[in-house]
Design a protein around this ligand. Structure first.
Ligand code: HDE
Length: 703
């Protein structure tokens, strides 16, 4: 609300004979001339010249009296804050969570009591290893951190897009992160795990094998934040009003289904558009296509925990969805980008220990360690204990306490009493009724540094993950391992990894060994517990099995030239838009082309800026007279060759056929479709929901 202007402000406005103007934040006065705000210093003094420093004569030395220059440069010099030690590169959006049904049977969490209740949300997606300016399509885990501003305090579910982790105990976190980050003597490679230090640590850490299967799978190169799952990873607790506890694991399921890219594509996307994921989220939200996820839970009790094959406190294990089904309990919709990236996405502080009454922790040693780390890291990064005063971090419910002062305090207790109990009857008091009660679990034992035996099986679920994949996905895992280990210069490390793979799947180990040129297989690695062969595959673990089967939210790139057949371009565009897909035109010049009927079509990209790796499928609708020009263009040939090699669907106008031969595409399979007319267009668009022609993959040279 604008505040009333003070007399002084009015006087000032009169003195300067300028229109009084109130800013959004209720500033007392800002000067406006010709409908524009006048630039001021941070102290509010209007500035007459922002192009030249104050100096003695036109060619003389600068003056220290120039408070405007001094303040401007001072502020600029201090713009950077430390980037997050992990998850530095991220992108966030606002939205809301809507509860489906009351969960009062399981939890007293206020936001889960009423069907239809909407809770404001902020979500930040991230990569883990790369620095803030690294590229989006690194092979890496993706962070999926959600903050719900509930009426009983903020709940942060600080999850990943992979449901397990590298290590079982938080004390190893600095080691795994040091190992994956650039090597300290040379400060490379950036945002990559393909180097000696990472694989050295991993090959010496058998507990990471399950996670390794996930990060070598296509999960680590998602097509979009919108098409990936999220997981709370640890076992948490729901606690109801009667103080009864139910164990819970949290899953986010994208409404648009799962999708990833292939590695060769990822490498090229990183060059063509390092901001591929953030641009995708920005474009979707700005165009009103709000991404949505369902929050699902796996609920279980102590009896199940005691009978399950693995320890539910072990963060390197999952509970397959086929064993305990996931139940949807609400939906998350992201519908607004921050007005300012720094204010929200950079300054947001997630903390696993932010839980409202009704949600509690298990003894998972990783979770217990995280509960220490996140508070600590915020102070380092945001520089003050008052980081909770920042709008993005402040709860949206009333809050009262006697915390005071410190750097940049925006709020202090009012009144005389800043302690309690007090005799003045002032200030808030604790409440045993509505206050957060930690679940009173029975705990006893010796003080020890000991890993439980129930955490000792490191291979069985790694194998289960591998055998749950479709053949193309298994191929990708083998290729990823081969690629990554090919970047490891120390042969002993490569061999150690093959020794682990022998405990997971022999055929996988063989493929990787042969890809690396290891002639003689090593002995399988020593295993604390014999790897099990009997775990059933879990189809829920495959991306391809859980794809969208529709093109909604995906992008078709259409290569056009002057003379492209107008009717075809229009038919294809409307057919894709009817499927809620997006069409982008790529042309020799970004100004656009003149179609066969004389209409102008503006292009989104010129060929160099719009390679086919940026699209889920492509079409080449070049006009006959201009095909020879395309044949001469390396980028046009790459457009087709890459789309084919990445197993994409490709539509083409008959005239464009010579481009395929020139691009080396000779086996025109069922994914390469001639768009002869309306019917063919419909058939082509109908197929796009399959996303890729995996049957083509063995014939490409990328495996
Ligand atoms: Fe984090 N992690 N983490 N982590 N984590 C951070 O907190 C940490 C772990 C995750 O978008 C840091 O604010 C430890 C698992 C996400 O702002 C830091 C351990 C999972 C984000 C930290 C883990 C995560 C972080 C750095 C081992 C998935 C980004 C900046 C015990 C369940 C949040 C920050 C954002 C960030 C510590 C392991 C997810 C240093 C000690 C497992 C999504 O506190």
């Amino acid at each position: 609300m604008p505040r009333k202007s003070s007399k002084a402000a009015n006087d000032l406005a009169t003195i300067h004979d300028q229109k009084l103007h109130r800013g959004k934040g209720g500033e007392l006065h800002q000067f406006a001339e010709e409908g524009r705000d006048v630039l001021t210093t941070a102290q509010g003094a209007p500035i007459d010249d922002d192009q030249n420093t104050l100096r003695v004569g036109a060619r003389g030395p600068a003056l220290i009296e120039d408070f405007h220059f001094r303040e401007k440069i001072f502020h600029f010099d201090h713009e950077r804050i430390p980037e997050r030690v992990v998850h530095a590169r991220g992108y966030g959006a606002h939205g809301f969570f809507e509860t489906y049904e009351s969960l009062s049977q399981y939890t007293r969490a206020d936001f889960l009591q009423r069907a239809g209740e909407k809770t404001p949300a902020f979500v930040r997606f991230s990569t883990v290893a790369g620095s803030k300016g690294s590229f989006d399509l690194a092979r890496d885990v993706r962070g999926f951190a959600v903050k719900l501003y509930t009426r009983e305090g903020n709940w942060d579910l600080v999850g990943n897009n992979i449901p397990v982790f590298f290590i079982q105990d938080a004390i190893k976190f600095p080691d795994v992160i040091h190992a994956v980050k650039p090597e300290p003597d040379r400060e490379f490679p950036q945002a990559q795990s393909a180097h000696d230090n990472f694989w050295d640590f991993i090959s010496l850490t058998p507990e990471s094998m399950h996670m390794i299967m996930w990060v070598m799978s296509d999960r680590a190169i998602p097509r979009s934040f919108r098409f990936m799952e999220g997981f709370g990873v640890h076992t948490f607790r729901f606690v109801n009003a009667n103080d009864e506890s139910t164990f819970v694991k949290f899953h986010w399921k994208p409404k648009l289904g799962l999708q990833s890219v292939v590695w060769n594509e990822a490498v090229k996307i990183n060059g063509a558009d390092p901001d591929f994921h953030r641009r995708d989220l920005w474009e979707a939200i700005q165009s009103g296509n709000f991404p949505e996820w369902e929050l699902c839970v796996q609920l279980f009790d102590q009896t199940f925990a005691d009978s399950f094959d693995f320890d539910v406190l072990d963060p390197t294990k999952i509970i397959p969805e086929e064993v305990i089904p996931v139940q949807p309990i609400g939906r998350l919709v992201l519908d607004r980008m921050p007005d300012n990236f720094f204010a929200d996405t950079e300054q947001v502080a997630f903390m696993t220990q932010n839980v409202p009454p009704g949600i509690g922790f298990s003894n998972d040693p990783l979770l217990q360690g995280r509960n220490f780390s996140y508070l600590d890291t915020q102070l380092k990064r945001l520089g003050s204990t008052n980081f909770t005063h920042l709008p993005i971090n402040a709860p949206k419910c009333p809050f009262h306490n006697f915390q005071q002062d410190g750097h940049m305090a925006m709020r202090n207790p009012t009144g005389r009493a800043n302690y309690q109990p007090n005799s003045w009857g002032e200030g808030p008091r604790e409440s045993p009724v509505s206050g957060y009660r930690h679940f009173p679990s029975e705990e006893a034992g010796q003080k020890v540094r000991l890993r439980p035996e129930s955490f000792a099986d490191h291979y069985s679920q790694a194998r289960q993950f591998y055998i749950s994949q479709t053949p193309p996905e298994r191929r990708h895992i083998a290729m990823a391992l081969t690629f990554e280990l090919s970047k490891v210069a120390t042969p002993a490390i490569r061999e150690r990894m093959v020794a682990h793979l022998l405990n997971i799947d022999e055929s996988l180990a063989n493929k990787v060994a042969s890809g690396l040129g290891i002639g003689e297989l090593p002995q399988p690695a020593d295993a604390a517990v014999a790897p099990r062969q009997d775990l059933e595959p879990s189809p829920a673990l495959s991306i391809i099995e859980n794809g969208p089967k529709r093109f909604e939210g995906r992008k078709l790139g259409v290569l056009v030239t002057d003379g492209s057949e107008a009717a075809l371009v229009k038919a294809l565009t409307s057919a894709v838009e009817a499927e809620k897909g997006v069409v982008e035109y790529i042309a020799p010049k970004v100004g656009g082309v003149t179609l066969s009927d004389g209409t102008m079509l503006a292009a989104h990209q010129m060929i160099d800026g719009g390679p086919s790796v940026l699209y889920d499928a492509v079409a080449v609708l070049a006009g006959a007279d201009f095909v020879p020009d395309l044949l001469a263009e390396a980028t046009a040939r790459d457009f087709v060759a890459d789309a084919f090699a990445h197993c994409k669907f490709i539509g083409y106008a008959t005239a464009a056929l010579p481009l395929f031969a020139k691009a080396g595409v000779e086996d025109m399979d069922e994914g390469v479709v001639e768009l002869g007319g309306e019917e063919a267009v419909q058939a082509f668009v109908g197929k796009l929901g399959e996303l890729r022609v995996w049957a083509r993959e063995p014939s490409t040279k990328l495996q």
